[in-house]
Structure formats: structure tokens, C-alpha cells
Ligand binder design. Structure first.
Ligand SMILES: [Zn+2]
Length: 556
């Protein structure tokens, strides 16, 4: 049994991102670990390490200024012991870099550069590092108080499972003391540098600096702040702080590490709960992805501006007869891939709506298999697949019985008037078609697209017990209720922008409103945005908030 030990419980740790302003921009402090270090050998990192017992001492807590354990624990979302993370970040920074974020009796950062201090604090550093003294001893003897309120909690990372060493690390950010000169300890750390985040990333790309994933992601996240003050202001603002628990996936280019916010993150977590790294982290047209015992996905080779990585076709069934959801565009290679995967066993072809990227392959696939076509007929507009002739039009709420399972039909008009979602109740998994898609805002294109109806259809889903969205474009999405909340907020914020723009203009054409309302959207996307703008205007007119005369809009 020569397997490496698997650390089941990650060790609590803390890391400190020190920044300072210079005339050429904000810099961050990094140290290089020695090749002999027992963790991340040779890497450039921020000072940090494991939380020690002494970091949680009651005496040390008494020397912490402006923050107690109750408030620290609340900030970190732990029951107790939060303050120890702040203390650990400060201790590690003192041990590894010689910088002490402590206040003297004036309430200022201690001036360690004074000649009479240099030798004294060098000895304290050595004693703390060797475990002969604690930070509490240092504070007592030197009349110092730890400036904990200067360290702002920044992010939370956990090492993926399956590694020999796992850390549960809280990152903090602080502005560095000016009257202190950093130095490495020549033992665990062999070099130190003040560097602009963008330059550190560039040197990493040139393979001049070795860095680990959380360091790289942290540098990316701070690289665009012009000043330390701007970064601190952001760090102190209320914001979402997702747990950064990286997941390892496989792509054609090799291993890819994912974090929350990456599109494949939720799906990789579902398919590879033990973190073995074999789940595929990209969408490959034509490849069969097994999402559960009953559900497989094959993506059509039609990636693009409106279709993202391509249209998803789902195959439903285990062993027996198969149902196809959204056969996709009329592309022979895709139909061949579906036949290769399910062939003669295809008995039902369900369509979510009849846009040209979703249903045209239905007729081709039916000709080969004789399957029953299920869905709503196309509305009479140009961008609709008029070849789609359903054998069965299911009603809202109806359960379509398949082999060994059933799908509940949810009529969800808005993007398309004939949009159906299909709920696999046993997995709480909703096939959304284009009602919800990953990574982009659904275009509402009047007259078939209807904003008011679309928002009502989103609200309708808020009443459903859902665990996953299987969208027409993109990976599986988790936390569907959070997704719905965000979509609704996004649309209502846009609507407020429309009202504000009309109010500001007095009276305006849609062309004049477009660049104002969509000032956050790239101009290349404005032609599509103009359709959604029209949908907003029509909604507001129906609600008697706006009036239209001769193509010009004003407040009602
Ligand atoms: Zn689509």
C-alpha cells in the first residue's frame, strides 16, 4: 500500500496579502519558499501558514485592537475561534517577513526601523519562529497591540480533496506599515519582493516565478485596483464571498482547475464528488456526457454568438426506450451522433421550443426512428422552425410517461411563446431549453418574445422544488433558486434603467435610449439588446408606466 496519505480534515490556516502604493501603482508583497520547505516548495506566496494553538490564546485576544472573537467568528462564518485566524496571519507575517502589524502606544504601526529596535525585534522574531515566545509575550514586553482591525478578511480557500496536505485558509488583506523593512528569514523563505500584481502574473506566464493556483487567482483578483485604498474599500464592502474550493477537471489541453463562478464548476462537483479529477471540464461537441443513470448529454457542433458552446441534446432512459430532448439543428453529424448513442431505442422526441437551433433535427431523427414528436407547434414568425409538426402537444402540468420515468411539463413562455420546460421530478432536474441558459442573458425578441410573460414564467419556477437546471446551452447549473433570483433582479434593474433613461430624456426613440440603457454592454451586442429593450418598453406600456406616440416614448 504505497499510496500517499490522504488528509481528510483540512488544517486551518491564514495568509496575509500586504499591499502598498508607489508612484507606478499598487504593489503586493511576496516571499519565495525554500526548496526544502514542507509546503509549496520554491513557490512565490503571500506570508502565511497554519493556525497554532497559541494563536487562539485568551491573553493574545486581549492584545487585539478593535476586534473580538465574537465579531471575528461572525465575519468568517465560524462558531468560535475566528480571531485566531487574524492572529495567525500576523504571526506568520512577522516570522516569515519581519513585518509586525502592531500598534505602539501612539496607536501607530510600531517603528521597527529605529536603530534601537532593529536588534530587539530581530531577536523576538527568532524567538517566536522557534516557539520560545508567543505574540502575546511580545505584546506584553514591548507594550504593543495587534492592529487586527487593519486586516480585512478577503477570501476563503480549501485545498481539493485527495491531496496529502489540505488547508482551510482565510486570506486577509492589509496596507503594509511604512516604518518597517521586510526581510526573508533565509530558512523557510529565501527571497522576498514588492511587485505589481500584473507583473507577477506576467513573470509567472514567462515561467520566471513559480506560483500555486490560489496565489494566481488572488493576484488576478487584485490586479485591477489602482491603489491600495481602492482595494481596501472593496475588501471592506459587503459582497458575496463564495468558498473557493477548487475542483480539478480534465480537458483536451490537460488538467484544468475550476473555482466557483466557472461554468463547469457545479457539474464537475456532481460528476466527481471525490475529486478524482476525471470529470470533463469543457463542452466537446459530439461527446457523450453521462449526467446520471438516466440522463446523457450530447452537444451539437453549432457553437456561436447566440448558442454559446452549442445546443444541448439530452437523452433520457436507462437500458430501455429512450427519449430525446431538443434534437438540435439539422446537422447530419449531430443526428449521426444521436443515432450512434441511442439508435433504434429512440421512441420520443421532445422539443422545448422551435427556434432554429433546437428543433430542426426532429424531422430527420423521426424519419430514421419513427419516434413520436412532442412539443408545441411553431408560432408564425420567420425565426421559427416551420418544419416541426408535433404528434402530441402536451398540456401544462401534464406528465409525459417515458420508459421508467416521467417528465412533468411546465409551459414557460417569454423567450418563445411555445417554450416548454420538462421536469425530471425524481432528480429535481429541469430541462430549461432557452428559458434559462448559462452564461448569457436570454434575448426577448418581440412579438413572439414577451418580457412580462417571461418574468412571470421565471417567478412560476420559484414555486418548484428544483435542484438542477439542465439548460439548452451550457453545463448543468446548481442552486437554481439563486439563479432565478439573480435573473429577476437583473431584469428589474434593467427595467429601472429604462424608466430612468426615458425620464431623463423626456421623450425618446428606442435608438436614442439604447446606448444609455445598455451602457454596460459591448456595442457589438447592441443589435440583440435592442430587441430586449423593445420588450422592456412594451412591458412598461402594458403596465401604464410608459406611453408611446409616433415611435417616441415618454413617462405615462
Ligand atoms: Zn437556443
Amino acid at each position: 500500500m504505497n499510496q500517499p496519505p490522504v488528509a481528510l480534515v483540512p488544517r486551518p490556516a491564514a495568509s496575509l496579502i500586504l499591499v502598498r502604493d508607489t508612484i507606478s501603482g499598487m504593489e503586493v508583497f511576496m516571499i519565495r519558499r525554500s526548496e526544502e520547505a514542507d509546503f509549496v516548495k520554491g513557490a512565490h506566496v503571500f506570508p502565511g501558514g497554519g493556525v497554532d494553538v497559541a494563536d487562539a490564546s485568551v491573553e493574545l485576544a486581549a492584545y487585539c485592537e478593535g476586534l473580538d472573537d465574537f465579531e471575528a467568528s461572525r465575519l468568517l462564518g465560524v462558531e468560535r475561534g475566528g480571531l485566531a485566524y487574524w492572529a495567525a496571519a500576523m504571526r506568520e507575517c512577522f516570522e516569515e517577513a519581519g513585518m509586525l502589524l502592531a500598534h505602539d502606544e501612539r496607536g501607530e504601526y510600531a517603528d521597527l526601523n529605529q536603530p534601537q529596535h532593529v536588534e530587539v525585534f530581530a531577536q523576538w522574531r527568532e524567538s517566536v519562529r522557534a516557539g520560545r515566545a508567543t505574540l502575546a509575550d511580545l505584546c506584553r514586553e514591548q507594550q504593543l497591540r495587534l492592529a487586527v482591525e487593519r486586516l480585512v478578511y478577503y477570501s476563503h480557500w480549501i485545498t481539493p480533496p485527495g491531496r496529502a496536505r489540505r488547508y482551510d485558509t482565510r486570506f486577509f488583506v492589509a496596507v503594509a506599515p511604512t516604518a518597517q523593512t521586510p526581510s526573508h528569514d533565509n530558512s523557510e523563505t529565501v527571497d522576498h519582493v514588492w511587485i505589481q500584481p500584473a507583473e507577477a502574473l506576467e513573470r509567472h506566464r514567462r515561467r520566471e516565478l513559480h506560483m500555486v493556483f490560489p496565489t494566481i487567482k488572488t493576484l488576478e483578483s487584485i490586479a485591477n485596483f489602482p491603489t491600495a485604498e481602492a482595494l481596501m474599500k472593496f475588501a471592506r464592502s459587503p459582497r458575496e464571498m463564495p468558498l473557493m474550493a477548487p475542483r480539478v477537471s480534465t480537458t483536451r489541453e490537460g488538467r484544468k482547475i475550476l473555482v466557483p463562478g466557472d461554468y463547469a464548476y457545479a457539474e464537475v462537483g456532481r460528476l466527481d464528488p471525490d475529486g478524482k479529477g476525471a470529470a470533463v471540464g469543457e463542452i466537446i461537441p459530439g461527446a457523450v456526457v453521462r449526467l446520471s443513470d438516466k440522463v446523457r448529454r450530447i452537444t451539437a457542433p453549432n457553437p456561436g454568438f447566440m448558442t454559446g458552446p452549442g445546443t444541448n441534446t439530452y437523452l433520457l432512459g436507462a437500458g430501455g426506450d429512450i427519449a430525446v430532448i431538443d434534437p438540435g439543428p439539422a446537422i447530419d453529424a449531430h443526428v449521426e451522433a444521436l443515432l450512434a448513442a441511442a439508435g433504434a431505442r429512440i421512441r420520443w422526441i421532445l422539443v422545448t421550443h422551435t427556434h432554429m437551433d433546437h428543433s430542426p433535427a426532429a424531422a430527420l431523427l423521426q424519419a430514421k426512428t419513427g419516434a413520436e414528436l412532442v412539443g408545441m407547434p411553431p408560432p408564425p414568425f420567420g425565426n421559427q422552425d416551420q418544419s416541426f409538426r408535433p404528434d402530441r402537444v402536451p398540456a401544462h402540468g401534464e406528465r409525459v410517461k417515458l420508459d421508467g420515468c416521467a417528465l412533468r411539463v411546465i409551459h414557460a413562455p417569454g423567450h418563445a411563446s411555445n417554450q416548454l420546460c420538462y421536469l425530471l421530478e425524481e432528480e429535481k432536474l429541469l430541462f430549461t431549453g432557452d428559458h434559462v441558459m448559462q452564461g448569457s442573458t436570454v434575448v426577448i425578441n418581440p412579438p413572439d418574445g414577451d418580457m412580462r410573460v417571461y418574468l412571470d414564467s421565471l417567478r412560476q419556477l420559484q414555486g418548484e422544488d428544483l435542484a438542477w437546471f439542465a439548460p439548452g446551452h451550457g453545463f448543468l447549473m446548481d442552486k437554481p433558486q439563486e439563479v432565478l433570483e439573480r435573473l429577476l433582479i437583473h431584469r428589474l434593474m434593467r427595467e429601472n434603467k429604462v424608466l430612468k433613461a426615458v425620464r431623463g430624456a423626456g421623450t425618446a426613440t428606442p435608438e436614442a435610449l439604447l446606448p444609455v440603457v445598455y451602457d454596460d454592454v459591448a456595442p457589438g451586442l447592441h443589435p440583440m439588446a435592442s430587441r430586449s429593450l423593445l420588450a422592456h418598453l412594451i412591458k412598461l406600456k402594458a403596465e401604464h408606466k410608459l406611453v408611446e406616440a409616433l415611435g417616441k416614448w415618454s413617462i405615462a
